[in-house]
Design a protein around this ligand. Sequence first.
Ligand code: HEM
Length: 412
Amino acid sequence: MSATGVIGMAPGEAVAALVSPAGRRDPYPLYEALRAHGPVIPVRPGLTVVVGYAEISRALRDNRLRVQDAASYDVIYPRWRNHSSLRGYTDSMLYRNPPDHARMRRLVSSGFTPARVAAMRESVERMVHRLLDRLEGLGAGGAPVDYIAEFASRLPIAVISALIGVAEEDQQWFRAMASDLTIALEGITNISRLGAADQAMDELAGYFGDLIEHRRRHPADDMLTALVRAHDDGGAGLGHDELVGNLMLLLTAGFETTSFLLGHGLRLAFEHPVQAARLRDDPERATAYVEEVLRFETPVQATSRWAETGMELLGTPLEGGTKVVLMLGAGNRDPRRFPGPTRFDPDRGDIQPLSFGAGAHFCLGAPLSRMEARIALPLLLRRFPALAAAEPPDHRDRWVGRGLRRFLIRVS
Ligand code: HEM
């Protein structure tokens, strides 16, 4: 999408263009077309979009704005209960509002502690080395290898499987199921494709049911055992469906998103060889590098909230039932917050991107995915000094989930 082609575009036109093939490929000029109308833009009755960094941050912390839940699905798509994938997700914290949300989040966090994540550091390093060995074998003699299929999507699944306690031999199956299930994370925007997500949900629910039973009989020092205990405590604990719903969420929320981060992280390293050399020579730089990748190519470009009753959001009146789309990818390129936002610059300092959201639903997996990328990217560059793109990357054809589908590289 060319920057000149969008000048003067009306908000409704720009929003519609975001889901066109050109907008999905390059949403950034459209964000600027929207920004010309201000940081909070009433697009039409029932729809407001927010593109400013400070305004998105405020909206995410405003508990009058609610996430999509069973009650709001009842209003917008009364037949949603026919879809097990949607039912499964509404049993997870991402689709719950107060007071349920805090209860679930507290219980899941008690199994997914920062200490448990930090303790995984060495095993993540081992997983990265193992996957690099694999890349070396596949790419021997200069053969092109798909970095997304062979590395960027394998690492997050291996890590989340280890965290949950999924056996290694089940991981490939698990990866395919997770991939189908993520369709349902886009809600009812793609009803025709929900069949695959429903099937994956049914199969995974059976798998998790067995795994839960196994952990109940053979407790271990892992997250699943902690969650099963929270479930079995009864009372304020997690119901069975809620336990399964939250396991599905952990599996899918962190899978593709982290692979997008790893995909863009390498693509940007090729485009910025000086930064790549610095990252390779000094892994300490990985923290800033990864934050800038998260800002520059935000893996989840948008999330939404609902105004349940009439309210005012930073001076803009919202009627009850208005959908508020928070464009994280636009906020991360807000020139009021990031001077020269179209420049990829890990040295800009104080990055704090909106990429993991903010407020009550702030991403529970942020420390884990940051750790994966901070370990993987420098090791990848160190291991293969001649690493290069074999072909330009192939982008996924989605707006919200912004990532690479395929990226052929040469490791030697
Ligand atoms: C680069 C990787 C990731 C990105 C960009 C990302 C992004 C996000 C965003 C934007 C939200 C907030 C959604 C909203 O407020 O509407 C979120 C929530 C969440 N994420 Fe992540 N995520 C990533 C990795 C992970 C990982 C690795 C896990 C778990 C293993 C995870 C688990 C969750 C959970 C459980 C929530 C819901 C929290 C709640 O509702 O309270 N995420 N994520």
